[in-house]
Design a protein around this ligand. Structure first.
Ligand SMILES: CC(C)(COP(=O)(O)OP(=O)(O)OC[C@H]1O[C@@H](n2cnc3c(N)ncnc32)[C@H](O)[C@@H]1OP(=O)(O)O)[C@@H](O)C(=O)NCCC(=O)NCCS
Length: 170
């Protein structure tokens, strides 16, 4: 797929397109289903208004499967949110979305993709490691947690030059 697809359909009949305001009802609903501390509609609206790279994936029946939002600046790309519907996990959708981001990094000459992930979110950490990300640090108390406490973030990054395994999706 192109680095910044207007709309691209994979062989699985999954449609990837830039996240639109019209998609936000579904996005906000899935966000609330998945996270105890979800992004608000305003967070998504602000990201779109800022022109951040953001895509949705929809199935052949139009159902929302996944989305991601990233931010770029100062020669770096930062993944802010990636979410796959629980019923659609382990089918390559995160790999597909991250492939679009890797392609965008290459197009813009960005050499590193960064992200934070909750310390307790070992499944997402395993996904990222599997895709070539490495842990580079920990941010103390980065995330809100129950009862007013805070949870640490694991900081991970992927070198774009060495990124492999996304090409089939690009
Ligand atoms: C983390 C998440 C985005 C992964 O999405 P996904 O579509 O299931 O991931 P993919 O199917 O593209 O998997 C990519 C690779 O990671 C591996 N992987 C995925 N989930 C994994 C898990 N729980 N444990 C170990 N490996 C995993 C897959 O096997 C795959 O490798 P393969 O293609 O060689 O088999 C998804 O589980 C999710 O939305 N979780 C809840 C929200 C969340 O935690 N988001 C991240 C916040 S930082």
């Amino acid at each position: 797929m192109s680095a910044n697809p207007k709309a691209a359909t994979s062989g699985l009949g999954v449609l990837m397109r830039p996240m639109s305001l019209a998609a936000l009802d579904g996005v906000v609903a899935l966000e609330a289903e998945v996270y105890p501390f979800p992004w608000t509609r305003g967070n998504f609206v602000d990201s779109l208004a800022a022109g951040y790279p953001a895509w949705t994936l929809n199935g052949s029946g139009g159902e929302l499967i996944a989305y991601c939002v990233a931010m770029h600046g100062a020669g770096e790309m930062h993944l802010l949110n990636i979410t796959v519907a629980p019923v659609a996990r382990r089918r390559g959708h995160a790999r597909r979305l991250l492939g679009a981001l890797v392609a965008l990094c290459r197009e813009k000459g960005i050499d590193r993709l960064w992200l934070e992930v909750r310390l307790a979110n070992v499944e997402a950490q395993a996904t990222y490691r599997h895709l070539g990300f490495e842990q580079v640090g920990v941010r103390k108390g980065y995330y809100p947690a129950p009862a007013g406490s805070r949870e640490d973030a694991v900081v991970m990054s992927l070198g774009i030059d060495a990124a492999r395994g996304f090409d089939a999706m690009e």
